[in-house]
Write a protein of this length. Structure first.
Length: 69
């Protein structure tokens, strides 16, 4: 996903990339963590499950990790 514009990432009708950008890159103070919840299907299934992404801004970059709840 290197070189991907995060603002263009979408899950069906959920603009998850733009939501992440608005919270973390555009408005967050550096070093503060934010949690963003969304639905995503678990690997090997088509059933949606809640996934959480923890994100923070470091300089002019965003950092994040996600996991299934």
């Amino acid at each position: 996903m290197l070189g991907t514009n995060v603002r263009e990432l979408k899950l069906k009708k959920d603009p998850i990339g733009q939501r992440a950008y608005d919270v973390v890159v555009a408005a967050a103070p550096e070093g503060q963590f934010f949690a963003i919840d969304y639905n995503f299907s678990k690997p090997g299934t088509k059933q949606a499950a809640t996934k959480q992404s923890l994100e923070a801004r470091i300089g002019n970059q965003a950092w994040g990790v996600s996991y299934f709840k």
